[in-house]
Write a protein that binds this ligand. Structure first.
Ligand SMILES: O=C(O)CCC(=O)Nc1cc2ccccc2cn1
Ligand SMILES: [Mn+2]
Length: 242
């Protein structure tokens, strides 16, 4: 007879299959974005939060980009601080587990997400908005076919209240009459197409706001982007040598 552990592993695998095929794939193909709540569960979600807070407190996050400079230089407001993590670093094993769970979802959905063939991903980008009113201006993650096709964000903020803390992610789905206002709630996973279909912004945040973002590559678009980049750098070298 199979052990309970084996059964629960099988049970989890079937759940992932069901979640992907009956919810994530149809949702992504209809709306271009999809929210999965309670992705890891409270226990492991909490451990991921602790690891991210330790990264933040250890000063291992790059200073956020300048978002506004008052007249006297000292009042520069900085936006999100980021750190790149691949999940194998010491003290990041729960972030590592999150990344394997995200990879399992994407692998299971592969071939059914729009016309993409997923060939890999970036390292994870751990981001922290310091809560000083900074947000992130409206933008498209991949406006010029750099290969990124799906943006996957895991939020880590317990008791987040957008009325008080702001920090909503507002997505403006291209050609749609509605916007999607997404609260960065603890243990929430968000997926959306990285291209021009999903311009988005982070509204000013008035409490510390953590998120982990991963971008998945479409193999063809990525290969094409690399070829273009190679030609570009080759031409520029040619230019300089001639
Ligand atoms: O935290 C969220 O809800 C999303 C924030 C967000 O869009 N972050 C972001 C951060 C980026 C950093 C570098 C280059 C491109 C980037 C695109 N998007
Ligand atoms: Mn973005």
């Amino acid at each position: 007879p199979r052990s309970n552990r084996a059964k629960s592993k099988e049970h989890k695998r079937l759940n992932t299959h069901k979640l992907v095929l009956q919810y994530i794939v149809p949702c992504m193909n209809s709306y271009g974005l999809c929210i999965v709540d309670n992705f890891l569960g409270d226990r492991i979600g909490e451990r991921v939060v602790q690891e991210v807070k330790r990264i933040h407190q250890s000063g291992n996050m790059q200073d956020g980009q300048l978002v506004s400079q008052k007249l006297n230089k000292s009042k520069a407001i900085r936006g999100d601080k980021i750190a790149w993590v691949d999940g194998t670093e010491s003290g990041c094993q729960n972030i590592g587990y999150l990344l394997t769970r995200m990879d399992k979802l994407i692998t299971c959905a592969d071939g059914k997400l729009d016309k993409f063939k997923i060939s890999g991903r970036h390292k994870a980008m751990v981001a922290c908005y310091p809560g000083n009113g900074a947000g992130y201006v409206k933008h498209v993650d991949n406006p010029n076919a750099d290969g990124r096709c799906v943006t996957c964000i895991y939020y880590l903020n317990k008791n987040w209240n957008a009325k008080e803390h702001g920090g909503l992610l507002r997505i403006f789905p291209e050609g749609k009459s509605y916007v999607a206002d997404i609260e960065p709630l603890f243990d929430r996973l968000l997926l959306f197409w990285s291209d021009r279909r999903n311009p988005h912004e982070v509204q000013p945040s008035y409490a510390t706001r953590y998120a982990i973002t991963v971008w998945y590559f479409d193999s063809e678009e990525r290969a094409e982007a690399k070829r273009k980049f190679r030609d570009l750098t080759a031409n520029s070298q040619e230019g300089s040598s001639s």
